[in-house]
Design a protein around this ligand. Structure first.
Ligand SMILES: Nc1ncnc2c1ncn2[C@@H]1O[C@H](COP(=O)(O)OP(=O)(O)O)[C@@H](O)[C@H]1O
Ligand SMILES: [Mg+2]
Length: 240
């Protein structure tokens, strides 16, 4: 069943066309990876989906309904960015609990219990009382994932979640994301981690110059890349 449907999205910044007629469907429980060169419109697409950016034209529906109410949309769509954007003066537990308390009306005890359970789930049991500055980048990003999950979203968006991390921390974040996908979460992940894409994606799409120019399941995507520009892109990032 279709969870997200984006149709014919256009987005221009001045004379520059960042999205040039993008169509994208996501089924419930599906895991889609988006890759493509810098400036190809990946972040713009993700930002249009949760309306951090307003498309110039085109339609987006989630669970069959257009996203007219921004607050309810942002509640249902979790987002994790390259920069973790945690509240620096709040502990890990408070960072995760604040959304459920302020936006969902949970009591402090309920929100704290939810936060503890989620920190457990992202392998951060025992770190709940720490401020972000006391956590590594990989740990902070896992708090950010827990924080997004605390709103019980129907869809999770990730925009290069491991790009700002030291190599040894990338794996621990990707492992949490793999598990999330295996648990049935619907996900759109912008990443150049092709190992993750191969392991976790149901489909991979390749964007170039504001368009989706290729979309295929992992095996076909890597073994028979359906577009010449994708062949070159893979050669570059996989170092062939
Ligand atoms: N707010 C903005 N104002 C002007 N140009 C922008 C803005 N956001 C993105 N762009 C431009 O749109 C293009 C696509 O950006 P983006 O979606 O961030 O690409 P990607 O995430 O694939 O690297 C880039 O060339 C960028 O400079
Ligand atoms: Mg980007």
């Amino acid at each position: 069943m279709t969870l997200l449907a984006a149709n014919n999205l256009f987005k221009r910044f001045g004379s520059f066309t960042a999205l040039d007629g993008v169509d994208l469907d996501l089924d419930r429980g599906e895991r889609l990876v988006i890759c493509g060169p810098s400036g190809s419109g990946k972040s713009t697409l993700i930002r249009c989906i949760n309306r951090l950016e307003e498309p110039d034209s085109g339609t987006i529906t989630i669970e069959g309904l257009p996203a007219t109410d921004l607050q309810s949309l942002r509640r249902r769509v979790g987002m994790v960015f390259q920069q973790f954007n945690l509240f620096p003066n709040l502990t890990a537990r408070e960072n995760v609990a604040i959304g459920p308390r302020k936006l969902l009306g949970l009591s402090r005890a309920e929100a704290d219990a939810r936060a503890e359970a989620l920190l457990d789930r992202v392998q951060l049991a025992g770190h709940a009382d720490k401020l972000p500055s006391r956590l590594s980048g990989g740990q902070q990003q896992r708090v950010a994932i827990a924080r997004a999950l605390a709103m019980e979203p129907v869809l999770m968006l990730f925009d290069e979640p491991t790009s700002a991390l030291d190599p040894e921390m990338i794996r621990e974040v990707l492992d949490v994301m793999v598990e999330l996908g295996e648990g049935g979460m619907s996900m759109i992940v912008v990443t150049h981690e092709m190992g993750f894409a191969r392991r976790a994606a149901d489909r991979i799409c390749f964007m170039d110059q504001g368009r989706i120019v290729a979309m295929a399941p992992p095996q076909q995507f890597f073994e028979a890349p359906p577009h010449p520009r994708l062949v070159r892109f893979l050669e570059n990032i996989l170092g062939h």
